[in-house]
Design a protein around this ligand. Structure first.
Ligand code: FE2
Length: 294
């Protein structure tokens, strides 16, 4: 399995760029899949620096409908676009912030259309727009809405339906969607994992794990009973979490028995440092520009 980190929150190499976002090129099971696109064209810049070829990809998987995972897609060369696998609900109007203080801001897919038209999409929120991307994907039959468990290629699945199964990981309360004009909590039903069966076991990729770092492998365990968990690549959304939560995450991951853990993006520096300490060399560092062949 080859992992090329194109966009990540940190960088440590000359000529590379970082941004708050995630984009990883994954080669496994005979396919090449782009997992998320960051929030801008940074992933393309870094791919150029790394000589990572984005032509002839088998697919692009979008983990969920937030700007920092999907915003770069309009920059992808249109003539080279492969099928894009995404949950339909990723296209809802998504917000975050404090409802009581009125500090909500839009964090959804910048090119989703939404309020008004594609041209005016989310322009009020200061997003760049990509008139026509959605139409282009639809016209070319490249927009593939995934189900709860979809085998997109042999041994490669998208897996949604992540539930709050682990007591230490309740549903997040800072995310909202607008439904029939009203703001309601976003239960992140658009979140999906990329699961690849390798000869060593299952490789699980999560974009932000907003539903909980442990709830992700829990979902995989339920869907792939008895199969070995081999690798976890994930934004783990642990910034500013309590010590108890971090303890539970570390213990839970240990129980999962992963051979490799690659914490990225929204995991947060404290949590990454802790995992590195706990798991030693099994915990890989994930700056933009890193390449792993495992
Ligand atoms: Fe994110």
């Amino acid at each position: 399995m080859k992992i090329e980190i194109l966009t990540e929150n940190t960088v440590n190499r000359r000529g590379f760029l970082a941004e708050h976002g995630l984009s990883v090129l994954i080669g496994a099971a005979g396919r090449r899949i782009l997992f998320d696109t960051g929030q801008s064209g940074v992933y393309l810049h870094n791919a150029g620096q790394m000589k990572a070829d984005l032509n002839g990809l088998d697919g692009i998987v979008l983990s969920h409908g937030h700007y920092d995972h999907t915003g770069g897609l309009p920059e992808f060369p249109p003539e080279q676009l492969p099928p894009v696998y995404v949950r339909e609900r990723a296209f809802e109007e998504k917000m975050t912030g404090n409802l009581d203080k009125g500090t909500l801001r839009e964090i959804g897919i910048p090119w989703r259309g939404g309020r008004g038209s594609e041209k005016g999409a989310a322009s009020g929120a200061g997003f760049g727009t990509a008139p026509g991307l959605l139409s282009l994907l639809r016209e070319k039959g490249l927009l593939r809405f995934t189900g709860e468990r979809e085998e997109i290629f042999p041994d490669i699945w998208t897996v949604g339906g992540i539930r709050a199964a682990v007591p230490q990981e309740p549903l997040p309360n800072a995310f909202f969607i607008r439904k029939d004009g009203r703001l309601v909590p976003d239960c992140m039903e658009d979140e999906q994992l990329l699961v690849i069966r390798t000869e060593n076991g299952l490789a699980v990729s999560a974009g932000c794990a907003q539903l909980g770092t442990l709830n992700c492998p829990e979902r995989v365990r339920q869907a792939y009973t008895g199969q070995r968990l081999w690798l976890l690549l994930a934004g783990m959304h642990l910034r500013g979490c309590t010590e108890e939560r971090l303890d539970a995450t570390v213990e839970g991951l240990r129980r999962c028995g992963f051979q490799w853990i690659l914490p990225l993006h929204c995991t947060g520096i404290e949590a990454i440092a802790r995992m590195r300490k706990e798991f030693g060399e099994k915990c890989l560092a994930g700056e933009a520009g890193r390449v792993y062949e495992l």
